[in-house]
Ligand binder design. Structure first.
Ligand SMILES: [Zn+2]
Length: 421
């Protein structure tokens, strides 16, 4: 299997999983949203299934609840007979082996995040490839393949020992006290007039078919560098899979691999303001509170409290009635307030870290901190027409607006120059 085929399978799969999480976590009455993918009646085992089910239940794909009967772990189909459940699994889920493997392999929050090279080797082993074939497919040194394989085997041994220990500690059976899913940070949804219609799960607001209008903030975080130029903080959202493929084969990586970058920001959350009322517009202070929270959460400076950097309002951007397409998947309808943040001069870049949080295939979340990267505004503008870099929705809207409106760009630089430090 070539890296391209692997990549395609992977991307298709992750889009489907995202869609399923969306339709599963949807709390609205139209819960049975039709999937845009024809064959997505597949695996959706989540972190609560993994926490609350026994190994045997996970392996067989269903469990027994005295009140409800036999329940399918993949689709919540329920039956009073075990044999009917077995036929259900054969008829409905037997073709989903591949998807299930991807699904589990990407349960980063449970697996302790295997590196992508290790995941690729794991996939090849699943496909019954030899070390030599794996090395050729992934353009990987045979010694590296062997060391990844050894790591996987070591993990298997660890798991067996852990399993024995946990069974003897009586940690195994927890389904009797299954805890409810942790509340998502809820996002206030808006109607066409900007009035609050309710609160939604994070994934739900970007539903590809029925996106929910909502509010967000973007942060243009700037710092004057030693050469005197003002530079802007960017973050890379490129798929790590692509990054690896790009490294594995430069020529191939060039065609396939685009580095997706964005600026900091996020959605206004219910917790950003206590005074949100249904059927009324969002309170003004929700925006500045969201901007401060995002700044605090996303940008970390070692041994330097960031409480002196204040977000300064620049302008409001609307995606309009149609919204915009999101990478890699989804649709976005939002009102965005764009804020400027000027970091103090002289803080070395290696002390500035950005945080990235992502949700894995079973709905668990992982957070990591990465070294920061700054670019000049001209470089940021250049990414619009770049062959190897692409801007994500938020950054793209800001950049295109500035291209159309030089006075806004000038105002931005004036405000940054005059910011209190
Ligand atoms: Zn099922």
């Amino acid at each position: 299997m070539s890296i391209i085929a692997w990549k395609t399978a992977w991307d298709e799969y992750s889009q489907k999983t995202i869609y399923q999480r969306v339709s599963r976590s949807c709390a609205c009455p139209e819960k049975t949203a039709q999937s845009p993918y024809s064959d997505t009646r597949e695996i959706a085992m989540n972190i609560y299934d993994i926490e609350n089910r026994t190994v045997d239940e996970l392996r067989q794909g269903y469990y027994y609840d005295p009140g409800k009967g036999y329940i399918c772990l993949h689709c919540e189909f329920t039956s009073t007979s075990a044999s009917a459940m077995e036929s259900h699994l054969k008829e409905i889920h037997s073709k989903e082996e591949d998807s299930f493997f991807y699904h589990l392999l990407n349960a980063d929050s449970v697996l302790g995040e295997l590196s992508y090279p290790v995941k690729m080797v794991a996939y090849c082993l699943y496909k019954r490839m030899t070390d030599k074939e794996i090395g050729e497919t992934l353009n990987m040194n045979p010694n590296t393949v062997r060391s990844h394989r050894r790591l996987l085997r070591k993990k298997y041994s660890e798991c067996k020992v852990m399993l024995m220990l946990c069974e003897r500690m009586n940690l195994g059976r927890q389904s009797d006290r299954a805890r409810p899913p942790a509340p998502d940070e809820r996002i206030p949804g808006l109607d066409a007039d900007g009035n609050v219609i309710g609160f939604f799960g994070k994934d739900r607001v970007h539903d590809p078919k029925r996106p929910i209008p909502h509010a967000s903030v973007l942060l243009l975080v700037a710092q004057r560098h030693e050469d005197g130029a003002m530079r802007f903080l960017i973050c890379t959202k490129s798929s790590r899979m692509l990054t690896f493929a790009g490294k594995a084969d430069a020529a191939f990586g060039e065609q396939l691999h685009k580095r997706w970058i964005d600026i900091e920001g996020g959605q206004c959350q219910q917790s950003d303001c206590a005074a949100i009322e249904l059927h009324k517009p969002l309170p003004e202070e929700i925006f500045i509170n969201a901007a401060k929270r995002e700044l605090e959460e996303e940008v970390y400076i070692k041994a330097y409290p960031l409480d002196t950097a204040k977000p300064m309002y620049l302008y409001t951007d609307e995606t309009g009635k149609e919204g915009t397409k999101l990478f890699p998947f989804g649709q976005n309808m939002e009102t965005t307030r764009v804020y400027l943040v000027r970091l103090p001069d002289g803080i070395p870049q290696n002390r500035i870290l950005v945080r990235d949080t992502w949700t894995d295939s079973v709905g668990g979340s992982i957070t990591k901190r990465y070294p920061s990267e700054f670019v000049t505004f001209e470089e940021l503008l250049g990414f619009v027409d770049s062959d190897d870099t692409a801007l994500m929705d938020g950054a793209l809207r800001v950049v295109e607006r500035m291209k159309r409106d030089p006075t806004l760009k000038k105002r931005m630089f004036d405000m940054l120059e005059n910011a209190e430090l």
